[in-house]
Design a protein around this ligand. Sequence first.
Ligand code: FAQ
Length: 327
Amino acid sequence: MVMMSELPLGPLPDVPEATSDPEALIAFEGRIARGERIEPGDWMPADYRRQLTRLIQQHANSELMGALPEGMWIPFAPSFKRKLALIAKVQDEVGHALYLYRAAETLGKPRTQMIEELLNGTSKYSNVFNYPAETWGDIAMIGWLIDGAAVVNQTIMATGSYGPYARALKRITYEEAFHLKQGYDVTVALATGTQLQRDMAQEAFNRWWWPTMMFFGPPDKQSVHTGILHRWGVKPKSNDEQRQEFLRKFVPKMIELGFDIPDKDLRKDPQTGDWIITQPDWDEFKRVINGDGPMNKERLALRRLIYDESSWLRTALDRHVPLPAAA
Ligand code: FAQ
């Protein structure tokens, strides 16, 4: 659990928005090269601020939207123990969104605006949360494959150059590592269970394999932002490097648990040890991240409903007047 006092609370920093200051840029890049952390009040290129705001905002949106597919399964969890674990996990994901929106706010963009952009569909969130969770097997796969992919990505991003994001990620990865254990435990129970359970797990695995391959973003040669994000130390490893790290960790476990991997041409390069994959359908990826996936409309409609139904709470908090201190 995160100590709220350690989060980047308080007024937004007053930061000079320098766009073309060659000397400041050289000094900034020198700091990045020395592995120093950039903090909210420090000088930073306008593009660094823009890129980080975009990336952290999308990440925060993903945590908030990511609570929905699993959240909908809470009433149907197959046992009390599973229900308790799922409730705790979903609550954690929403908490992660809070840490991340707060980290993004330190760059100057108000949280209300970020939420508005999520609700009106002008800000992206992870492709994976636009697919249906049809059975309990899908909950196993979200907890194992998606949390597994998130742990790989976030452990790498936690070594990045922007202090508030890196610190938020450090805390998030502790919790995600526990989510991964939960997802693996559910998966193992299904994969070693009855024929019906094994079939359910395999069918869900087939559904999640390709979205999971897309999770790390387009191949490096098509990635728009990796170059500048890498140069400024925000993204220490590229999309393909992150995907490879996931495959190296997870393919042996998939085989061990007896899953039939839907990529029939998946093979290991004997020289490098890299897994060579069939590329997923990147046209489908573009449709999904631009609002036209199987569940985009339902997910956003639910998020808007939740937002509207909780408006009374925001109003109450806005009107809250602290009691005077006791004499
Ligand atoms: N989904 O040039 P690149 C989680 C977009 S958290 C949607 O390669 P970049 C926890 C990209 O934004 C999951 N869009 O971009 C959990 C860009 O669009 P733009 C989220 C994607 O930024 C688990 C365009 O494509 N994690 O799962 C995706 O260098 C279980 C071009 O791409 C993060 O956000 C995608 N998968 O690299 C919760 C981690 N990939 O902005 C509940 C931080 C790419 O130009 C249950 N973010 N796009 O319109 C990152 O590491 C990076 O942003 C990448 C993309 C790797 C996602």
